[in-house]
Write a protein that binds this ligand. Sequence first.
Ligand code: 6R9
Length: 646
Amino acid sequence: AWLFAWKETGPMARDRKPLKETGGGKTKRAGTVLEHFCCQANRGFGRIFSGGVVKCLVMELFSIGVKIYRNEGRQMDLTNAVPGRPDGQLQDYEAARRVSWEEEAKQFTWWKTGRVNAAFEAVDRHVEQGRGDAPAILYYDGVRDETWSFRRLRDDAARFGDALRRLGIGRGDRVFLFMPKGPELAVALLGIIRIGAVAGPLFEAFMETAVQDRLADSGAAAVVTTPALRPRIPRERLPELRHVILVGAEASDAEAGEWSYTELMKEAFTDSPVEWVDREAPMLLHYTSGSTGKPKGVVHVHNLMIHQYRVGRWVLDLRPGDIYWCTADPGWITGTSAGLFAPWLHGVPVVIRGGRFQQEGWYETVEKFGVTVWFSAPTAFRMLMAAGDELPKRYNLSSLRHVLSAGEPLNPEVFRWGLRALGNRIHDNWWMTETGCTMITNYPALPIKPGSMGRPLPGIEAAILNDQGRVLGPNQLGNLAIRAGWPGMMRAIWNNEEKYKQYFPFEGWYISGDSAYRDEDGYFWFQGRVDDVINTSGERVGPFEVESKLVEHPAVAEAGVIGKPDPVRGEIIKAFISLRQGYAPTEELKEEIQQFVRNGLAAHAMPREIEFRDKLPKTRSGKIMRRVLKAWELGLPTGDLSTMED
Ligand code: 6R9
């Protein structure tokens, strides 16, 4: 009575064979199997059932296009793809895959002039082509409320570049940004790149050691910061650091080697020329934490603009008239690449919201600016979700046309919340600091399978490799890899060729360090960092699927899951959970949550240990740091913690 199967008639069924006769006995047998299986449906099946009869049965039902329902009649995510928008980009995915990267290059003036600079293309170009009055930045922090045109942004960036030149800074020099987000950060970022120097954005919350490590590693010549953050820059230990530029300081505040931004800008000129560089010249240096040891400086070159432009078109779905808001901090690559460059290269204005995260403030910002395209991260969406479905109803969110998420896997529950609360599909997209911009994504026009990160960006070849570098077929878990050589690929790890080489252990492939699989429809499913996959009683369990089940429980706000060594089971699953407001951390609740996973996912996926915590350790970009949970659990050193939130 709990299993129904019938021919699927939706978009996924298109090329499938007609439904075969399924005899009662067979259906029932499949039923028993499927009770276990259904619970894991949205994570696929080939991987879970590697052997024999079980897999065949399930495969057979699926391959003939049956939909699978559980006793309560709820449709499983497996075939429950949410249809795409009829007006969305990439209606013809296969045709898009044939569009070369050089085709993208034709958008840029350098295609004709031969003179390259990404800052010029992002900002100056619009001014030169008569769009100087169009808005480039919409800034709001509760006090300041400013609209910056492309012309104003260009002029200030040019001026800042001039000021840097007067300080003797030029081509190839590293200049860091250590300040809160806002128009001045944007001006400085562009000004640095405009003169051919390399910009190194840092999270404003970094403490002294984190700042020192990065500035020292890269031999930074200057840093742009604020008086409040200045004490965290240990100048005496940074001999190569020549200048500190202080935003929001009077000339009289500046000590030796320090400059007031305002004063510098007063003396500088807007007609300072652009530094024309090579497409392969470095422009961005984003430090990303290694799981152990010191942070790595990922080097990106001006050619990244081609990739960012394509992402703006096909991933962000940007159009004239759009108001774009990416909530990411520029200290994280999402904040620069998807947050500023992709929209500006399309002439689309960006909203910058100053201040700290606060649920009301976010909905308010969408309403205030009429945001049409919104990019955030699962951790933020989970926090909004935890604040309840009533809150968004108090705001007018009808301007939203396209919503995106990156940085962590997007739990199906959060996706469903998006449909409900935002009236939008949340488009998960996967990438890394090292990849420059989006690699795998859900497109506006394509159906979304909740829990999947979607399909490769046209021009990107993604595959699953085994540990020997062989390409694996559908539904096999392995190393997520990308065919090397796309325009936005990092070109180096600063001062560390050895590290760089480690990303390319097999000829022609970039290895991400993430484990994933690809299904028959070409959708990729994230499982965890390779090191995070749990092996319990011989079953491989991705922490993400357990976490996703956990956050479906009404008491759970966030969850981090690790494998804990166990003499009998190899590893057992341990969950760290932060509760939603109004729930007490009791033993009964622990048991209830365990049963919830056992019944809803699988007995072997049940966390045998649960620990409640007020907060989970997270990176500043919002990733739950499972390696830190694990180190705490085992009493081992935690490694580099510089990217961890307070
Ligand atoms: C852009 C960014 C990279 C790592 C990556 C993966 C995780 C990012 C994800 C995702 C699942 C997604 N990650 N996007 N995991 N689904 N859509 O996050 O860069 O900070 O360098 O992190 O983040 O583990 O390897 P970065």
